[in-house]
Write a protein that binds this ligand. Sequence first.
Ligand SMILES: Nc1nc2c(ncn2[C@@H]2O[C@H](COP(=O)(O)OP(=O)(O)OP(=O)(O)O)[C@@H](O)[C@H]2O)c(=O)[nH]1
Ligand SMILES: [Mg+2]
Length: 429
Amino acid sequence: MGGKESREIHHYHEDKESKELARQTQEQMKALRGQMEQQQRMSEENHRKHQEALLKLEEEKAAELRRFEQEQAQNQQRHQEALRRVEELRADEKAAALQRLQQEQENRKRDEERARAESEKQAREAEEHLAQELQRERDNAHKAKLEKWQRLKRDYPIPDFLKNYVNEVSENSAADADRELHVNVALLGDSGTGKSSLIKAILKHFGVDLPADQMPRISMEGDGTLEPSRFPLAILGQVSLWDLPGQGTAKIPSMTYLCNMGLKYFDAICIVTDGRWSEGDDNLLVAIHYAGIRCFVVRSKVDIAVDAGVEDKGWSQTETLSHVHQQLQTQTRLKSHRIHLVTCRERFWKDFGSVDDFCKHLKQEVQASLRDEPVEQHFDLEPQEDVNMDEFDDWVMAPPGPVGVEHPRLDAGNSCLKPVVKRPREAGA
Ligand SMILES: Nc1nc2c(ncn2[C@@H]2O[C@H](COP(=O)(O)OP(=O)(O)OP(=O)(O)O)[C@@H](O)[C@H]2O)c(=O)[nH]1
Ligand SMILES: [Mg+2]
């Protein structure tokens, strides 16, 4: 055995060892690879498991979310349902309340209609009753008026000049109420006091323009008005101004004046005095008052009074006019506004005596007469209570007896408030 063989043996052993080592290394490598693959597999397995777990979790989450959403949807649905039910309930309640309200309203309306119908019925009945009462009252009043009228006509014939102008009371009350009324205003007073002149001024005031020959006749030296003359004064309808002849002349004696002039048939009377308040004036005033006729007094010719005041007393115009007014008020006892101081001389009107106020008063009296208003108390003092008005009225207005037979007179003096009570009228008188 040489070195070559030992080297060979040595190589052989080395080779065997290295082969063994390589085999071992390979085995180790293989085992390592197996381990690594194992680990890789395990890691993959873990990863897969993890992924699966994640997926499962995701799915569970998604399922949970779905469930949650489902629940929410259900809840919402339930909520909506509950709301709907509440709404329905409310709507039902509302409908029921509305129905109740409507029912109540209908009931109330029905009750109101019933009450209204009832009250209308009652009002109708009351109206009918009132109308019947009024008609009855009207009929009674008309009956009384007719009787009074017939008695008046029987006892005091209407003077011829007045016949077409007095308000005849007709038998039929409706026709009577419908007819156009006449209003007659008379101007009375002593002869020459200025009645015709005053009428002329009144006509002018109201714009009535007549031809000269149809104007009131102004008297000159005693040739005054002898016949009653009528002057239509269209201020409100059928108004007539009557220019009556003055009393106290031989042709027109005071005693028969009242009756002849048909005093009772006038609606308003104006007594014209030119300063001397005569017994005739006083008689007229009392008679007019007790006949219940509207009346005023005109003091005419105040221009002469003013002149006399200056000349005789040294009074101013105002002093004289005030004195004249006061004097006449004392004499007549009339309320102040029923006395008018006028002059027919137009040139004085800018200072005093214009007929304007009198015309205004006249118009008011005409209106009051057309409205059938009661005649107001004319005097400042009440008449005596123990005076029997009917009797007084009777004798003041009685037709005069034959000449020489005592005619009923008023009390002596100028008092228009103290009529003497008449002795009873003889039968048939
Ligand atoms: N100064 C003055 N004179 C007047 C006034 N009014 C009338 N007169 C005059 O008095 C006179 C009589 O006037 P009338 O109007 O005719 O009197 P009367 O009352 O109608 O007379 P009889 O119809 O006769 O009753 C006439 O001369 C008029 O000029 C007046 O205001 N002043
Ligand atoms: Mg005259």
